[in-house]
Write a protein that binds this ligand. Structure first.
Ligand SMILES: [Zn+2]
Length: 410
């Protein structure tokens, strides 16, 4: 078997029961099983927390909307081939599954008058959107038709764009470090000759300059002519186990949608001004992110988002009660813990390793008697028996630090 088959996320996703693709549900519409959902939930909580601390405001918006919304946004004009056909309720009532969250977030900005004091206004959501991908290109989580995007739209004045993009890049680096994402490269997409662009030349030149400055000191590739018609962007690329490159994080300036949605704020001098919209994603869609994380970690996630963090293994039935009681304490301490009672101890230890669970806690007669547990780490290291409270503190510290190591740093 080839190395790339061993770490194919589809195979690992099946073996570790992370997600399932059922033809009855439809190609490109995977279902997240409890283990995959637990890992994703931990990652989503982390991303929201990171954003909240950085001044983002989270919203919820529906994954479909009236046809007119997407005519106004331009998606039906430019992007219709990638969208599912509209759903007709009546002659004047048609809905489409959205291909992006920006139109709804523009409506959040427009929900009332805005002042320059509120800028940058950072509207964030891990939200659903849809792409009518052809069935031939679909596979596992990497190409799907239903997408949950870690998205935000930062509305700011043009002079704020430089600081805003620098801060976004800092958040991207922080999220990548915590998750174990190893970016393959940065691309700066710029205007090119012979293409049509919206927005005036001076704004474009300024925006391109600000993006270059925000990337200052980092290594990146410049792509003249690669920008969207509505603004320049920075893409952060990853490479999957099969060698395919794709974008995981993105920072896109947009001069077009503020115009289309007639967005404005009142500036310090009392005049109405047009904000710039920055589309950004720290970690991309949950689907593509997990396709990548499953492969890059070969299923052995860092403890903080491992589906199950601790499996307790009584040596025999006499210690079952002690194991169950410790699992309850672990859960009460916020950990994801299980007890495995069935089969020989050796077989259970092998099963914990097969499932890539970071910690196994073995409880024999002596441990049950004195309230201790012997931790075995996923990498094969074994620790001497320690009081149960110390073991929970150890695992809790590694999880809280979002460390890639399984022992707390001294
Ligand atoms: Zn957007």
């Amino acid at each position: 078997m080839k190395e790339s088959d061993m770490i194919d996320h589809r195979r690992l996703g099946r073996d570790l029961e992370l997600f399932v693709s059922d033809p009855l549900a439809g190609a490109g519409l995977p279902i997240w099983l409890p283990a995959g959902a637990a890992a994703r939930h931990a990652v989503e909580e982390y991303v929201r927390e990171l954003e909240r601390r950085a001044g983002y405001r989270h919203v919820y918006s529906p994954p479909l909307g009236k046809r007119e919304l997407f005519e106004l946004s331009g998606h039906l004009g430019y992007f219709a081939d990638d969208m599912f056909p509209p759903m007709r309720l009546s002659a004047d009532d048609e809905f489409v599954l959205r291909p992006a969250l920006c139109p709804h977030h523009a409506l959040v900005f427009r929900a009332r008058g805005r002042s320059y004091r509120e800028l940058p206004l950072r509207v964030a959501e891990i939200g659903g959107m849809y792409r009518a991908e052809r069935s031939g290109v679909l596979g596992g989580l990497s190409r799907v038709r239903a997408i949950s995007l870690n998205d935000a739209h930062n509305f700011c004045a043009l002079e704020q764009v430089g600081d805003e993009v620098r801060e976004i890049l800092r958040l991207i680096r922080e999220a990548h470090a915590a998750l174990g994402v190893r970016p393959a490269g940065f691309r700066l997409s710029l205007r090119g000759p012979g293409e049509k662009y919206v927005g005036d030349d001076a704004d474009w030149a300024r925006a391109e300059e600000l993006l270059r400055a925000a990337l200052g000191g980092m290594e990146y590739h410049e792509g003249p002519g690669e920008a969207a018609f509505y603004g320049p962007k920075i893409d952060i690329q990853i490479v999957d186990a099969a060698g395919r490159e794709s974008t995981i994080s993105t920072v896109q300036l947009d001069f077009d949608k503020p115009e289309r949605f007639d967005l404005s704020y009142t500036d310090a001098d009392g005049r109405r001004k047009r904000p710039v919209m920055v589309h950004r994603s720290l970690v991309g869609s949950m689907e593509r992110l997990f396709a990548y994380l499953i492969e890059v970690h070969a299923g052995a996630f860092p403890a903080w988002y491992a589906p199950v963090q601790l499996v307790l293994l009584p040596v025999d039935d006499g210690q079952a009660d002690a194991a169950v009681a410790l699992a309850r304490r672990a859960e009460a301490a916020g950990l994801r813990a299980e007890v495995d009672l069935a089969g020989s101890l050796g077989a259970r230890i092998r099963d914990v390793a097969r499932r890539k669970v970071p910690y196994a806690g073995v409880i024999g007669r002596r441990e049950a008697a004195d309230g201790s547990v012997a931790l075995r780490l996923r990498d094969g290291r074994g620790l001497d028996p320690m009081p149960a409270a110390d073991a929970l503190r150890l695992v809790g510290a590694v999880v809280a630090a979002r460390s890639a190591d399984l022992l707390p740093s001294a």
